[in-house]
Design a protein around this ligand. Structure first.
Ligand code: ATP
Length: 318
C-alpha cells in the first residue's frame, strides 16, 4: 500500500530544507516517512516535549528511535505548557508548540516546517470555531500556509482523510504513539472527533470537502474584510479618530475596531463589548463625553479626539 502522503508531497515544490513537526502520533508519522523518502537528506524532524505531561519522556524516546531508523536528524525542544488565566490549556499548548517548533527550525537554518493536520482536523477546527461563535476569520479554519515567528508553516496533508492515514499505519505495521489524551472527552476537540464526526459522516458523506470549501470561502471574505479595515484605518488614523470613525457605517466601524484591537493590541472584543463601544462612539458628540469600557483584558478610553486601548486602566482617567 502506498503512503497516502507520497503523491501529495511529490506534487509539492518543497524547500531545500524541511522541518517536519513530529509528535510521534499517526499523522505526523505518515508525513515524516513520506518526506524522508521523497527528499533524502533534506528533512529534519522537530519534536516538542510537553514537560508537564507524564508520558512526554516516552514520546521523545519513541521519536528518537523512529528518526534513527529513518536516518533523519531529530531536534527536541521543551515547553512548560502552563496556561494563563482565561486561556484554554489546549490553546496555550498549541501556541507554545508553534513557538518552539519555529525556534528549533531557526536554530538549524530551516525556514519551512510541515505540519500533519488533515481534512478531519480541519473539520474539527471549523466546528470548534462554530461552537465558540467565531467570526469569519475563525470559520476560515487552518490555512494551508502561514508565517509565524519568522518561519513558514505548511499543511500539505489538509486534503487527506484521517482514515487513509490510519489505514497506511495499520497496513504497513508502522509503530506510532497513541496519545491517551486524544480519547479524553473533557476536551471539546475529542468530543467532536469521537461523537460528532461519525454522525456527520453518516448524514453528509461529503462533509470534509464541503466544509473545506466553506472554509476557503470564509478565508477569502475574511481577507477582504481585513483589507477594508486596513484601508479605513488609514482614513481614521491609528489610534482611530472619533469623528472619522463616526463617518463610517456602523458595521465598518465594527470591522475597523476589531482589526485595530487585534493587530495593534492582540485584543479580541466580545460581541457585547463591541456593541457597547459602538453605542458609546455614536453617543460621543460633546467634548466632555467620556468613554471608558472594558474590552478583552484591557480598556478602551477616549483621549481627546481619539480612542486608545490600555491593557490596564491608566492611573488617572482623562
Ligand atoms: N509534540 C509535538 N512535537 C512536534 N510536532 C507536534 C507535536 N504535537 C503536534 N505536532 C504537530 O502539530 C500537528 C497537529 O497537532 P495535533 O495535536 O492535532 O496532532 P497529534 O494528534 O498530537 O499527532 P499526529 O498529528 O502526529 O497524529 C501534528 O500533526 C504535528 O505535525
Amino acid at each position: 500500500m502506498e503512503n497516502p502522503a507520497a503523491p501529495v508531497l511529490a506534487a509539492w515544490a518543497a524547500p531545500s530544507l524541511l522541518g517536519v513537526a513530529f509528535s510521534g502520533g499517526a499523522d505526523s508519522t505518515v508525513l515524516l516517512h513520506a518526506a524522508a523518502r521523497q527528499w533524502p537528506g533534506r528533512v529534519h524532524a522537530l519534536h516538542v516535549h510537553h514537560g508537564l505531561q507524564e508520558a512526554a519522556d516516552g514520546f521523545e524516546a519513541h521519536c528518537m528511535g523512529v528518526c534513527e531508523r529513518l536516518g533523519v536528524p531529530l531536534h527536541v525542544g521543551r515547553i512548560d505548557a502552563r496556561h494563563a488565566v482565561g486561556e484554554s490549556p489546549e490553546d496555550a499548548a498549541r501556541r507554545a508548540r508553534y513557538r518552539t517548533l519555529a525556534r528549533l527550525a531557526t536554530d538549524q537554518g530551516i525556514g519551512d516546517i510541515a505540519l500533519a493536520q488533515h481534512a478531519d482536523d480541519q473539520v474539527e477546527t471549523l466546528l470548534i470555531a462554530l461552537s465558540r461563535g467565531a467570526g469569519l476569520d475563525g470559520l476560515a479554519g487552518m490555512p494551508r500556509e502561514m508565517t509565524r515567528h519568522g518561519v513558514r508553516f505548511h499543511r500539505p496533508l489538509l486534503d487527506l482523510h484521517a482514515h487513509a492515514l490510519r489505514a497506511w499505519i495499520a497496513a504497513s505495521g508502522t509503530p506510532c504513539i497513541e496519545d491517551p489524551s486524544n480519547s479524553d472527552l473533557r476536551y471539546t476537540r475529542n468530543r467532536i472527533r469521537h461523537q460528532v464526526l461519525p454522525a456527520l459522516a453518516a448524514a453528509l458523506p461529503q462533509f470534509r470537502e464541503t466544509f473545506a470549501r466553506s472554509a476557503r470561502n470564509a478565508a477569502r471574505a475574511s481577507g477582504l474584510l481585513t483589507e477594508l479595515a486596513a484601508a479605513d484605518l488609514t482614513t481614521t488614523g491609528a489610534p482611530p479618530a472619533l469623528t472619522a470613525l463616526r463617518d463610517l457605517p456602523r458595521e465598518r466601524q465594527a470591522n475597523l475596531l476589531r482589526h485595530w484591537l487585534r493587530t495593534a493590541h492582540a485584543a479580541v472584543p466580545s460581541e457585547a463589548q463591541l456593541a457597547q463601544l459602538l453605542d458609546q462612539i455614536d453617543a460621543c458628540r460633546t467634548r466632555g463625553h467620556r468613554i471608558h469600557l472594558k474590552v478583552a483584558d484591557g480598556h478602551v478610553l477616549r483621549e481627546g479626539p481619539v480612542l486608545r486601548w490600555y491593557n490596564a486602566a491608566p492611573s488617572s482617567s482623562p
